[in-house]
Design a protein around this ligand. Structure first.
Ligand code: FES
Length: 197
C-alpha cells in the first residue's frame, strides 16, 4: 500500500502541471520543483501547490486558485476548542447544506484537524471575509470566538468557516478539494493523487 502511494506521488510530481506556488520556496528537493507552475497551466485554472512549512500556529496564508483566494490557517488548540460550544449559534453546524469534500464534513472541516483550507469568498455576495482569529469581544460580536467576518453585509463565520445565524450568508464558506503530498506541501484543486484509490 505504501509503495503504491509512493509510486502515485512520484507519478504526480513528474507528470502533472501544477499551478501557482505560494509562501516560501519549496525545499531543495529537485522533484518537488516539478510542480512549479507553467504560465499555460496557470491560465487554464489548474491545481495549485502550497508550501506550508513556514506557517506558524495561528497564522493564515493566502493562495490563489482559479482566481479565488484560498485561506490556509494553522489553528491553535484554543481555537479548535471553541468549535463544539457554538453549534447552537450556527445556521449549518454540521455542514449538511454546505460545500466541502467528504473528508471535510466534520467539526473542524478539514483533513488535518489543525489545518483549515478554505475558499475566502463570502457565500452571500462574494466579498472576501476578514480574519479575526482572536477570541475577544469585537464590535460586531461581543461573544466572538474567533473566525471570519465579512464587512460587506455583516456575515460572521467561525474558525471552521461555519456561518452564524443572523448572517445574510446562507451557507458555510466553501472547502475546496485538496490533498497532501507530504507534511509541508499540499495541492489545492484535486482530492487524490494520481493512482490513488
Ligand atoms: S458579501 Fe459577505 S455578507 Fe454580503
Amino acid at each position: 500500500m505504501t509503495d503504491k502511494v509512493n509510486e502515485s506521488r512520484r507519478n504526480l510530481l513528474i507528470s502533472t502541471s501544477i499551478v501557482g506556488v505560494v509562501g516560501a520556496a519549496f525545499a531543495a528537493v529537485p522533484f518537488i520543483k516539478s510542480w512549479m507552475p507553467s504560465e499555460r497551466a496557470k491560465s487554464a485554472g489548474g491545481p495549485v501547490g502550497a508550501d506550508i512549512s513556514k506557517l506558524d500556529m495561528g497564522q493564515k496564508l493566502d493562495v490563489s486558485w482559479r482566481g479565488q483566494p484560498i485561506f490556509i490557517v494553522k489553528r491553535e488548540e484554543k481555537q479548535l476548542a471553541t468549535l463544539p460550544g457554538i453549534k447552537d449559534r450556527l445556521k449549518d453546524p454540521d455542514s449538511e447544506n454546505s460545500i466541502q469534500p467528504e473528508f471535510a464534513k466534520n467539526l473542524h472541516r478539514s483533513q488535518k484537524e489543525e489545518l483549515l483550507v478554505m475558499v475566502g469568498i463570502c457565500t452571500h455576495l462574494g466579498c472576501s471575509p476578514k480574519f479575526y482569529p482572536e477570541i475577544v469581544p469585537q464590535v460586531f460580536d461581543s461573544q466572538w470566538r474567533g473566525g471570519f467576518y465579512c464587512p460587506c453585509h455583516n456575515s460572521k463565520f467561525d474558525i471552521s468557516g461555519r456561518v452564524y445565524s443572523g448572517s445574510p450568508a446562507g451557507t458555510n464558506l466553501v472547502i475546496p478539494p485538496y490533498v497532501f503530498v507530504d507534511e509541508n506541501n499540499l495541492i489545492i484543486g484535486i482530492d487524490k493523487l494520481e493512482g490513488e484509490a
